[in-house]
Write a protein of this length. Sequence first.
Lengths: 227, 206
Amino acid sequence: MSQPSMSAALRGVVRRDLLLAMRHRSDVAMSVFFVVIVASLFPLGVGPEAAVLRMIGPGVLWVTALLACLLSLGRLFTADYLDGVLEQTALIPQPLAVLVVGKVFAHWVISGLPVVLLSPLLGLQFGLSGDSLGVLTLSLLLGTPTLSMIGAIGAALTLGLRGSGLLVALLVLPLFVPVLIFGAGAVTSSLAGIGSEANLSLLGACFLLSLALAPWATAVALRIALE
Amino acid sequence: MFQTVALSGSRGERQLFSDVSVTVKPGTLLAVVGANGSGKTSFLRMLCGLLSPDCGTILWQGNDIRQLKELYSAQLTYIGHLNGIKDDLTPVENLKVSACLAGDNSSGEVVQQALEAVGLGRSVHRLPTRVLSQGQKRRVALARLWLSTRPLWLLDEPFASLDAVATGYLTQRLQSHLSNGGVVVIATHQEIALPTESVQHLRLTR
């Protein structure tokens, strides 16, 4: 009788979720299109005033990334819960929190990473400078995995509930606020020329804190949902 | 050896069963029977640790499963009334992933042999599982038993949706597992065509 190593189990979960995402390319594409369209609507609505666009750009791009993450949270555990894969996952002889990290990582690759990669292009619409575009990308690289991890707690807590989409938003949006403030703040600071290190450090701290706590909280919530 | 001591379970306000004590020795199949809603599925989910009992203890090799945690999970294969397979993956992909996660042999050849053992020919191995019939999907889920090397099998209505041929395959597999000293707990409404000395019955009542 054998038992999978922790890394093998983690790889297995990530591989399965990425394979499923490849079969549902339209879902991934929809997330990307959502970000592109929402971010493009603001310059059209606000007008071509460069100073205004530069001022609102960081906040708009960060809120767009946050909403894209929120929209994709429904897919995180629901399908696994309905087809019985979640209970099979809970019985893998490794801590469920570790497997949650695998699922959240796959979720970030599908929904967060495309936003990070697109962000320099989107930032150009708002007239962000080269340095600010770098800071925007870096802040999203640190912030979007944090959003996925915090979102996973909400998705697990509302699993199997009616109207869970709205409930997830109500639960996690307040928790997203610090990430939004530090993320948008980093880009704004860079634009103002006062350095973005403090905000990026705080974003890094948020990431580490969520990495340490969110998988355990999510695992507990999933076990409750399975009962 | 597998044992429950004074196990009681409920769903919400409703008491399902109480004071269930049973011992299952290696090489024995425990058939859990009872009317619809009598708590067979809940009983099985308690045995695999997915559901907490109201009171009582579940022992595996003399140790409380709550203390064993992942060590206990490494001893069991559970197939619930949900198949636990992904409709968008092929039967081969489903089995490979689940074998890899369970730590079983997940090589392509072994997985294909497992699917053939449940009567799924190579023509369906590469189709999305979503296009298969309910019975074929159940066969894909049950093919995990041909990959499993774990001693304890917990199966919830494994014969549901199966035709006579597939039922025969599964019965043979159960027989061979029991011959190797394995333990099987099945929630079922059907008679199981196994030697009576290796089958124990548990009727759940409130």
